[in-house]
Design a protein around this ligand. Structure first.
Ligand SMILES: [Zn+2]
Length: 470
């Protein structure tokens, strides 16, 4: 079980990222035929800068900490895993990511890495590792995914390639890193980060083997563990193998690579510390994936109840003066963002978990040349948003005016991040676009779960009436 990510949020994140760092790349590895060492080089498409990646990972880790039963920092098991992790991270190639290591009190054998540094290891992995080398192998493999930027490269490939818009971050100002962090209030982690291609798996195996070797471990311990997992089989096999599938010849590829490393004693396989920690772990009763999911559902239900009480907009409005626009908003709602960034205006409870369930997002972009009429640019934007939010569909567009300028209004419907009585609540969003003199387009997305439409529609209308372009 992994924390949930709001797809919608991811779309905004992409929109924010794309215009700003169009030229960032992922990383590749090459084995130097002379030295046998793997060099990490630039290669592959990635819309995120390494700095953005760290921000995204930090926010996602915070959400993961809220949603998963993570052992406390002062647990001896966490302490040990952190030491082991730091030892591996200290010899990992590439930039110095702020690695952090956490243990999830969950039974299934698994581990996952978030972009830019955070790594989560399930207690079940420690319980089932035969020696320190096997646990180190899983962690070295995860570190390699981070070094090679596989998670954000995944998102870039799956989604950004389809995004038809060249979004101009410059329109709404600089400082995207900080902006992402602020937006990131609603960021979580999702399988889109965590399902890797066979190529990515192969690279993580090979680089992981080198990290093991450099940290003084027997690099074969890693494949030994993966091998044991495969033999355990069972329906679906351990979760780890479905997230990190065998690229084909895991064992042979690693053996071939390791054979080319400079000769040295293959080193450490176990330690007394590991044995002590394993004994501690053996006495614990971690939660099952089903129990973790139940916890998440209860959390969501709590959020829904809290939100219900808090969304009610006050009749009082107050002004927001952004560099690109001005708008009035309910005084008991909150602005996330600043005068230069994309902003979300929402009741605090509406964005406190892994998604924006209520509120207004205001941002802007520059349409692609040739697709820069307001009608087509709006269509492109609506398609992008719908594509990034499974189940969302575009209901129809109409012309209107905003702030005295020609504008478009598009109704979109789909599933809300909220549930009621175990059922997903329907959501109705209105996308409003308005073109500025310079051709760029400002857009507002008014988000409302169906049951709250009546409460919110008057407020949203008043907000739109107050909207002024600068
Ligand atoms: Zn992997």
């Amino acid at each position: 079980m992994k924390p949930n990510l709001s797809r919608r949020f991811l779309a905004y994140l992409l929109i924010a990222a794309i215009g700003v760092f169009p030229g960032c790349t992922s990383r590749r590895i090459n084995q130097n035929p002379q030295t046998g060492r793997f060099d990490v080089s630039q290669g592959g498409y990635n819309v995120f800068s390494p700095e953005q990646e760290v921000q995204i990972g930090k926010q996602a880790a915070q959400e993961a900490m809220q949603q998963l039963p993570v052992l406390p920092e002062n647990s001896p098991i966490t302490d040990y895993v952190q030491q082991l992790g730091q030892r591996l991270a200290s010899v990992s190639p590439g930039p110095d990511y702020p690695y952090q290591f956490h243990v999830v009190n969950q039974k299934e054998i698994n581990a996952f890495a978030l972009p830019g540094g955070p790594i989560f290891v399930n207690l079940g992995t420690i319980q089932s590792a035969d020696d320190e080398g096997e646990l180190a192998g899983v962690m070295a493999h995860e570190i390699a995914h981070i070094v090679l930027r596989h998670a954000t490269s995944n998102i870039s490939k799956q989604q950004a390639a389809q995004v038809p818009l060249a979004i101009l971050g410059g329109l709404l100002g600089q400082g995207t890193g900080a902006q992402l962090a602020r937006l990131g209030i609603s960021l979580g982690a999702n399988s889109i980060f965590l399902k890797y291609s066979r190529d990515a798996e192969r690279e993580a195996d090979l680089l992981g083997a080198q990290i093991m070797y450099d940290a003084g471990f027997n690099p074969y311990s890693m494949v030994e563990f993966f091998d044991e997992l495969e033999q355990q089989g069972g329906p679906g096999g351990p979760q780890f193998l479905s997230d990190h599938p065998n690229p084909g010849n895991r064992e042979r590829d690693v053996a071939e690579a390791v054979a080319k490393f400079p000769k040295k004693n293959f080193g450490r396989k176990d330690s007394p510390q590991f044995e002590r920690i394993k004994q501690l772990a053996a006495k614990m009763k971690p939660l099952t994936a089903e129990q973790v999911a139940q916890r998440q559902r209860e959390q969501q239900a709590r959020m829904a109840r809290a939100a219900q009480e808090q969304i009610q907009p006050s009749g009082q409005f107050q002004p927001l003066n952004h560099n690109a626009f001005a708008i009035a908003y309910p005084s008991n709602w909150q602005v996330f963002g600043d005068a230069n960034s994309t902003v979300t205006i929402a009741p605090p409870a509406g964005v406190s978990q892994s998604a924006i369930a209520y509120g207004v997002v205001i941002s802007g972009f520059r349409p692609q040349p040739g697709r820069d009429s307001l009608e087509i640019a709006t269509q492109d934007l609506a398609t992008t948003i719908a594509r990034a939010n499974p189940g969302m569909s575009v209901q129809g567009a109409q012309r209107t005016t905003v702030s005295g300028l020609p504008a478009m209004s598009v109704v979109m419907t789909g599933p809300s991040p909220l549930t009621a009585g175990g059922q997903t609540v329907a959501e109705r969003d209105t996308l409003v676009t308005v073109q500025r003199q310079d051709g760029s387009v400002l857009f507002l997305i008014f988000i409302a779960p169906e049951p709250d439409m009546d409460v919110l529609s008057q407020t949203y209308s008043a907000m739109l009436r107050s909207f002024q372009i600068k």
